[in-house]
Design a protein around this ligand. Structure first.
Ligand code: HEC
Length: 153
């Protein structure tokens, strides 16, 4: 009987220990987000690896706010402060019509190489400094995708 009790105690402490081990793994898993667009319109293929973390997402948001909003607007609708001086106008990144025409690959290309890299206006500037920051670029792609309308929500 005493043996059974001690076996039970050992088993339950093992369960507690394994829970303790699993918790940090869970917390870590939440920090890493692989850009996946399937839950949106289904028009885009899942973004290439690498998955990015919270810090990359924060950096991407900062980049969008500091580099992109003056043209694309703070909500991405293409009505930033410089927009009216540009022809063609900056793309409305909240438009379902535009969203259907794009892809993760194209987004990465336009971010890194500017409009010229995808046969669009060269007024859309390149961001060559992000070339060695693939996780930040992936996070920025996700940020832009999140500006777009979602069919499934
Ligand atoms: C100086 C103004 C300007 C800035 C700054 C700017 N863009 Fe643009 N962007 C444009 C213009 C103009 C177009 C439209 C090009 C066209 O239609 O030919 C465009 C197009 C785009 C597109 C659409 C490409 C497509 O598939 O048609 C995306 C995505 C985009 N910009 C993202 C960004 C991001 C992200 C940033 C910040 C890192 C940014 N832009 C900064 C002017 C700007």
């Amino acid at each position: 009987m005493a043996k059974l009790r001690s076996t039970l105690i050992t088993l339950s402490s093992l369960a507690v220990i394994s829970l303790l081990i699993m918790i940090p793994v869970e917390a870590h898993a939440q920090e890493t987000v692989t850009p996946s667009i399937n839950r949106l319109t289904g028009q885009l293929t899942p973004a290439d690896k690498p998955a990015f973390g919270e810090e990359d997402a924060e950096r991407a948001e900062e980049i969008f706010k500091s580099r992109c909003t003056r043209c694309h607007g703070s909500i991405g609708n293409g009505r930033g402060s410089l927009a009216s001086h540009l022809s063609p106008r900056p793309t409305d990144l909240t438009s379902a019509y535009w969203y259907k025409s794009t892809s993760v690959k194209k987004l990465k290309r336009v971010i890194l190489g500017g409009g010229g890299a995808i046969g669009k206006s060269v007024l859309m500037p390149a961001n060559p400094d992000l070339r060695n920051k693939p996780k930040v670029v992936a996070a920025l792609v996700q940020y832009i995708i999140n500006l777009a309308p979602r069919k499934t929500e």
